[in-house]
Unconditional design. Structure first.
Lengths: 287, 314
């Protein structure tokens, strides 16, 4: 045990009344840095969520494309490359939710809650990191798909649609992850729920085939999934200039209008799940 | 008039299921005071600290920290305080340095001040050799020292120590109590300490509130509380019904109303009466006793008298 210095120099520079406010921006920046430091301590933590989608892009997608050259005139390799994005982003967000259990059970969450910081910032800081990590992984995944032969249209507008849909999907899925992590009592239960939340919708959302190929009831279900809208926008941006996927959802003639409508749906889900996530976090942390 | 460091009025917390954890408590803590909330597990101490630090929403009543209402002005109230929690609350994968830096930034300590205080705290708490190691590699005592240093980094006006020594081995516990005693000597630092260890309360606190079943049943200095039982107690271990034995002692004039029984032990404050006379009187009353001892009163006795339950058994 160290000797304690009882005569500490103690300038009272910080009093509650006189202290400069931490400021939401500074607090958010600190929370984001902290979350980065916790989430990405080794390259492994960045790469593991990429494994399944990259293997899909490199091995399964080309094999499928060999059997199914095109889907409604779209190169299937490129069609499925977008599908891997719809697998990666939900998986990555849900895996990020596991960190919340660690933070709650053996981490510094209570100290953060006692901090003079607006509590939604604690959720938004985590969301910002989920967005950044997803962005990095998205770049790797798309690079792998291009190397394997996928062809994407590289217009600025197309990329903007793709990015907007990707960001929206991450916000939706991170909201779901944060909500579940604060509602489900144990990490084991959360991991058990992960495939149902991150992977099952992927099969209904027009990932591997157009939703019109499914029975009407399933197609109707697919249309309410945010992932369906996000994938349709991503494809419209990069591989599906005619907006066939969007047409399957909306049945309209203008791809741009349909893309905006789908983006509005994704944005509405994003706002909804972010609000729910913040509300659930508040209830879970302040008894 | 000097502003109170903590001002609590009618503070109440009822959890779902009508679980009344805190039932309308009132107390003040003066600047620079070390104030103890003493009581067994489940008495409502941690819930009270939770309400004061914004992690538990009060059902009714008001609480102010350094003049700030904890419900109406939560950010200002939280900025004026810091907490060392009962269990370890640190980011274990991060280094001690990183944990301290994050805390300082979140509490809005300007970087220059944070740098000065960081050095002071690391030196004062003997963290220099471990500060750049992941906290997961720290011993329990090292983690506690880090948490104390972290709490002090923002120079809080009110420091909450919620059962800070629970789960620590006796050596580390004594070292930590020394640390807290150092804090106590520092000007202007108000400390609210919750504990169910009576020796901690006696050693550290200027005043103590004994809390039982969500209510404050006594509030005074340890010396004043001890004084209510006089300077000496007679402890009588009896065979048979202790309540009946206590009635016999009272009827015989050996025990007054503040005598109490727990299990088969009767505790009788002597209030200046000679101990040998009391022992003789007990013998004359015909009680079957297995042991008679005299000793000085402790806070434990105060608590037992007020609540009828032994702290250690809680």
């Amino acid at each position: 045990m160290a000797t304690i210095d009882a005569s500490l120099h103690r300038p009272r520079a910080t009093t509650a009344r006189a202290a400069a406010s931490a400021g939401s921006t500074n607090a958010l920046r600190t929370l984001v840095r902290r979350r980065f430091a916790l989430n990405i301590r080794t390259p492994r933590e960045l790469l593991v969520p990429l494994l399944t989608p990259v293997l899909f892009a490199l091995i399964i997608a080309p094999a499928l494309a060999d059997q199914i050259p095109t889907v409604r005139g779209i190169d299937y390799m490129s069609f499925v490359a977008i599908a891997t994005v719809g697998l990666l982003l939900p998986l990555n967000c849900m895996l990020a939710g596991i960190g919340l259990f660690v933070e709650r059970d053996s981490g510094a969450r209570r100290d953060l809650i006692a901090a003079p910081v607006r509590r939604p910032l604690l959720v938004l800081g985590n969301l910002a990191v989920a967005l950044a990590v997803s962005g990095l992984q998205l770049a790797v995944l798309m690079g792998a798909a291009v190397l394997r032969g996928a062809e994407f249209s590289g217009t600025a507008t197309g990329i903007a649609w793709f990015l907007a849909a990707s960001i929206g999907l991450v916000v939706v899925m991170y909201g779901v992850a944060e909500t579940l992590a604060n509602r489900i009592p144990s990490q084991e239960e959360y991991v058990g729920a992960l495939p149902a939340v991150a992977i099952v919708p992927w099969f209904f959302a027009g990932s591997l085939f157009p939703i019109g190929a499914m029975p009407a009831a399933l197609a109707a279900f697919a249309k309410v999934l945010p992932l369906t809208h996000a994938l349709a926008i991503m494809r419209y941006g990069l591989v599906d200039k005619r907006g066939i996927g969007l047409h399957d959802i909306w049945g309209m003639s203008s791809p741009t209008v349909m893309a905006f409508l789908s983006l509005a749906v994704v944005a509405a889900y994003a706002i909804l799940f972010t609000v729910v996530a913040v509300t659930v976090f508040r209830r879970a942390t302040v008894r | 008039m000097e502003q109170l460091a903590v001002e609590v009025r009618g503070l109440t917390k009822t959890y779902p299921g009508d679980v009344q954890a805190v039932r309308g408590i009132d107390f003040d803590v003066f600047p620079g005071e070390v104030f103890g909330l003493l009581g067994p597990n489940g008495a409502g101490k941690s819930t009270t600290v939770g309400m004061l630090t914004g992690t538990v929403a009060p059902t009714a009543g008001t609480a102010r920290l350094a003049g700030w209402d904890v419900v109406a002005e939560p950010l200002a109230a939280r900025r004026a305080s810091a907490v060392v929690f009962q269990e370890s609350v640190v980011d274990r994968p991060l280094t001690g340095r990183r944990n301290l830096e994050i805390h300082a930034r979140l509490w809005g300590v300007d970087p220059a001040t944070a740098g000065v205080r960081f050095g002071e705290m690391v030196d004062a708490f003997g963290l220099g050799e471990i500060i750049d190691r992941p906290v997961g590699s720290y011993s329990g005592g090292q983690r506690r020292r880090l948490e104390l240093a972290r709490a002090l980094l923002s120079d809080p006006q009110v420091l909450f120590l919620d059962e800070p020594t629970v789960g620590l081995d006796p050596l580390i516990r004594h070292e930590l109590l020394d640390l807290i005693a150092v804090l106590r000597r520092r000007d202007e630092m108000t400390v609210v300490l919750t504990t169910h260890y009576l020796d901690e309360a006696e050693r550290l606190c200027d005043r103590v509130a004994i809390i039982h079943a969500g209510r404050i049943v006594a509030l005074d200095t340890p010396a004043a509380l001890l004084g209510t039982l006089g300077s000496e107690l007679l402890e009588v271990h009896v065979d048979g019904d202790p309540a009946a034995a206590l009635s016999v002692l009272r009827a015989g004039g050996v025990a007054s109303e503040d005598a109490f029984s727990v299990g088969g032990t009767l505790t009788v404050p002597l209030h200046g009466s000679p101990a040998h006379a009391a022992v003789v009187a007990v013998g004359e009353l015909g009680l079957t006793t297995t042991e008679l001892t005299t000793r000085r009163p402790t806070l434990d006795d105060i608590y037992l008298r007020l609540t009828g339950g032994r702290l250690a058994a809680a």
